[in-house]
Write a protein that binds this ligand. Structure first.
Ligand code: CA
Length: 238
């Protein structure tokens, strides 16, 4: 079961960006653009976490937070408030509405996702199963099962470690040396070119017919687990 995040935000561009990135990180996302609707939605379909904007039509984020804390269904749902830079964030801290964390706009998607995971881990340890997700790829670390678009993928141990490392750091470019350290260990001597061989194998099993190549080759730099448009979306966030 994917952790469910309710995004409460009236800026539609930001909602789109959050939805895109959170879904890519393996979350189920629902959205609400005003405070009253957010309270109704949160009670009807109780999320695992709420991202709550402070400046909202109808009810302010603070008031939404207070109402959610008073309701049995949503009392324990972790809430991360999104606030604009400046005095609002100080005021919000002073107002004890019961939020678990605050993020000041503009924020980076990476920071937001990290905060979401931290708050979720604290609140619901059971949600932190050892499962990594990226796009349509799912990696179960406990059972060593990997699938793409629900099709089982069989990886050798080195490819498994490589993919795991990529999935733990989606979007980041790693040099061959960094990948060697991560997948083979520091004390092992392996030719950096060996990485290319294993990346080729990984691509071959991972990318089925008609599927996008999720491993990006970065000339003179290395490799990244990435999708063509994701870099553009992430930049638009900051
Ligand atoms: Ca707003």
């Amino acid at each position: 079961m994917k952790p469910h995040i309710l995004v409460v935000e009236d800026e539609t561009a930001l909602v789109t960006l959050l939805r895109y990135n959170l879904e890519r990180e393996g979350f189920r996302v629902t959205e609400s653009t005003d405070g009253e609707d957010a309270v109704i939605q949160a009670v009807e379909d109780v999320p695992d976490l709420i991202l709550l904007d402070w400046m909202l039509p109808q009810l302010s984020g603070i008031e939404v937070c207070r109402q959610l804390r008073r309701k049995t269904e949503t009392r324990a749902v972790p809430i991360i408030m999104l606030t604009a830079r400046g005095e609002e964030s100080d005021r919000i801290r002073g107002l004890d509405c019961g939020a678990d964390d605050y993020i000041t706009k503009p924020f980076s998607i990476a920071e937001l996702v990290a905060r979401v995971r931290t708050v979720l881990r604290r609140a619901r340890p059971a949600l932190q199963e050892e499962i990594l997700r990226y796009s349509d790829i799912v990696m179960d670390l406990a059972s060593h099962r990997v699938s793409r678009a629900e099709r089982p993928i069989h990886l050798g141990p080195t490819e498994f470690r490589l993919l795991r490392y990529f999935m733990e750091h989606p979007g980041r470019v790693f040099s061959r040396e960094q990948l060697l350290d991560a997948a083979w260990g520091r004390d092992v001597y392996v030719e950096p070119r060996t990485v290319d061989v294993h990346i080729r194998r990984l691509r071959k099993v991972l990318n089925g017919e008609g599927e996008l190549d999720v491993i990006r080759t970065v000339r003179a730099a290395g490799y990244a687990l990435d999708q063509p448009q994701s870099g553009d979306m992430a930049r638009a966030a900051s």
